[in-house]
Design a binder for this molecule. Sequence first.
Ligand code: NDP
Length: 265
Amino acid sequence: MSQYFALFGNPVAHSKSPLMHNAAFTALDYDGCYTRYLLLEGEKLREMFFALGLKGANITVPHKEAAFNACDVLDPFAQKIGVVNTIVEKEGKLYGYNTDAPGFLKAISEFKEIKTVLFLGAGGTAQSTSVILKEAGYEVTLLNRSSQRLEKYKEAGFETFTFETFTPKAYDLVINMTSAGLEDDAYPAPLALLEALIPQAKACVDVIYGKETPFLKLVKSYDKPCKDGSDMLLYQGIIAFEYFTQQAYKFDEIKNAMQKAFDIN
Ligand code: NDP
């Protein structure tokens, strides 16, 4: 019997998830179909999931907290961070997971001898990734434009700064976790701060994918090892696919299939 999957979010038109998952279904001979659904109201997520007869779903901005609330059973990490981006239906119950954070952790694992990490930004993506990095033994510091979003990080024991309170020092890995550069030509922090941070870093990462942001361009001008957000996107998708198919396939076989879809398109 065919199994149906969808991405819920607003917007969803730009997403590569249908392409990635359908490519993997085809390559692995799995009888599945993945589509996208523009969801305006997060509270309707559970109702729509069942109305569409889905086996699983991914959830993107702005409904990841609503997805958390829609689940019957939460994986311990999703429970801890309060954010769900993957749902699987089993015997009428919705199981919730977060694959953004482990996907990100895997994406940065190629950079060796990294201990201290500076996040530029403190939004939703920083929320899950900061916790998994801390659990994996990294020392995470957050630098954000405004102070409001930093409060909960401070309460969770992270070192936090705004541009005004920050003095640059050496961090092994500097990561753009903001949306600066996504639809504009903004840097995620004042240029003078970046020019003090990047030369001292061992590597830099931008979570934005599909374009070279001003941040990444600047990093490249210093010849630093770096990457954009493509691997994070790919790896969160592979881990979601593992949940969708109940671990029926190896990580690398899913990776090969999804990677090919990226390369072609
Ligand atoms: P949020 O809206 O939750 O947070 C945005 C953050 O960016 C805030 O910290 C905000 O600071 C900061 N910010 C926005 N514009 C600027 C600017 N011009 N200068 C400085 N800081 C700025 O966003 P998300 O956490 O959901 O997403 C962040 C990025 O992560 C996006 O670009 C998104 O595309 C990317 N992403 C990538 C994924 C992948 O798979 N590669 C997965 C998920 C997200 P302030 O608090 O001051 O407003």
